[in-house]
Design a protein around this ligand. Structure first.
Ligand code: SF4
Ligand code: SF4
Length: 74
């Protein structure tokens, strides 16, 4: 069984480029288009925690290193 993951996205470090969203194989991420960070930019969030497999794709692709991936124990 694949690992379960959890992702933290630094709201102020995200520029809303969407790269993480389109590179997640499990469709776990989305851009929050109803709010902005202090720079006036949309930011990504974990919309579907249950399906995250901690593959690290999002963290690797993020140009601003705004994503931290955690692997859940068990
Ligand atoms: S770690 Fe993988 S599965 Fe989890 S949100 Fe990032 S890209 Fe998606
Ligand atoms: S790849 Fe990084 S900067 Fe781009 S939307 Fe995702 S978290 Fe934000």
């Amino acid at each position: 069984m694949p690992a379960k993951g959890y992702v933290e996205i630094a709201v102020e470090g995200c520029k809303g480029c969407n790269l993480c969203v389109i590179n997640c194989p499990k469709d776990c991420l989305a851009l929050n288009t109803s709010d902005t960070n202090s720079f006036g930019l949309y930011y990504a969030y974990l919309k579907n925690e249950d399906d995250c497999i901690a593959c690290l794709n999002c963290a690797v692709i993020c140009p601003d290193a705004a994503i931290t991936v955690y692997k859940k124990a068990g």
